[in-house]
Design a protein around this ligand. Structure first.
Ligand SMILES: Nc1ncnc2c1ncn2[C@@H]1O[C@H](COP(=O)(O)OP(=O)(O)OP(=O)(O)O)[C@@H](O)[C@H]1O
Ligand SMILES: [Mg+2]
Length: 255
């Protein structure tokens, strides 16, 4: 395992010149109002590099889902700036932000968030349809990805007819189908067996290794730690350390 005791913001710079996929500067996120107001992100500074898979780890409730939701533009920060591939997305108007997200982002939600009225292939095809592709073509492309995830025989089933692991693979196909520049996954392997989890991570790593792409993964799953290029540790609304694979003394079994 890697060390998380350093409470200072220790963002180590990469050894070679790399494009910044994500830059968070002074990001604060609060929920509620008046006496019930809570600050969940307490001044996040974080840089995530293109060409890498970055893991975000930390105890339950420390703010991981909130942070990736702010990075993805699903939540607006109260303070601070988020830039994706040089675009200050936290300052975009709602319409422009929706468009930016549709063109550049894939997101796997912790609770999958599949649309119950659409079958597996249609769910996975949604980002392509949003980008303007015909439903027929989009479903055909989605089916190719579902085959790779060994979901071919379930492509016409509805979410309530599928297991948690099968739903998770549809959510992963939906995040990848439009070949986005940034893929953000909240616990993408939590419902998967070791072999399927490994296959999913290989697909994500292949995508992230392109110099203009990046993958962010929130996880507690020690089986997949070896896929991280960099590990950002979070505690109580703050980033406590960012370490490269070499610095993190983890092994394939996560020990
Ligand atoms: N919409 C909301 N309104 C109020 N509080 C919220 C909201 N969303 C999250 N919180 C609170 O913010 C804190 C961080 O939540 P978050 O979901 O980001 O944690 P997490 O690190 O993803 O946890 P887990 O590992 O359990 O998924 C928690 O205390 C949670 O109760
Ligand atoms: Mg969470």
């Amino acid at each position: 395992m890697w060390q998380t005791e350093n409470k200072d913001q220790a963002v180590e710079s990469p050894t070679r010149q790399q494009t910044l996929a994500v830059q968070c500067h002074g990001v604060v996120k609060e929920f509620g109002s008046g006496q019930a107001r809570i600050q969940v992100l307490r001044g996040i500074d974080l840089e995530i590099y293109a060409g890498e898979t970055t893991f975000l780890v930390g105890p339950s409730g420390c703010g991981k889902t909130t942070l990736i939701s702010v990075i993805a533009g699903l939540l607006r920060p109260n303070e601070g700036v988020v830039s994706l591939f040089g675009e200050k997305t936290s300052q975009l108007r709602a319409g422009a932000l929706v468009h930016f997200r549709a063109m550049n982002l894939g997101f796997v939600f912790q609770q999958f968030n599949l649309l119950p009225a659409l079958n597996a292939a249609e769910n996975a095809a949604v980002p392509l349809v949003v980008q303007g592709m015909s439903l027929f073509k989009a479903v055909r492309k989605a089916n190719e990805l579902l085959e790779r995830l060994e979901m071919g025989k379930h492509k016409n089933k509805y979410p309530n007819q599928l297991s948690g692991g099968q739903q998770q693979r549809i959510a992963i196909a939906r995040a990848l189908v439009h070949n986005p520049r940034l893929v953000i996954c909240d616990e993408p392997t939590a419902s998967l067996d070791a072999q399927t989890g490994h296959a999913v991570m290989e697909m994500l790593q292949e995508l992230a290794s392109a110099p203009d792409r990046a993958v962010i993964i929130v996880t507690h799953d020690s089986r997949i730690y070896s896929f991280a290029d960099r590990i950002a540790s979070m505690s109580d609304g703050q980033i406590t350390s960012v370490k490269s694979k070499q610095e993190s003394q983890f092994t394939k079994d996560g020990s």
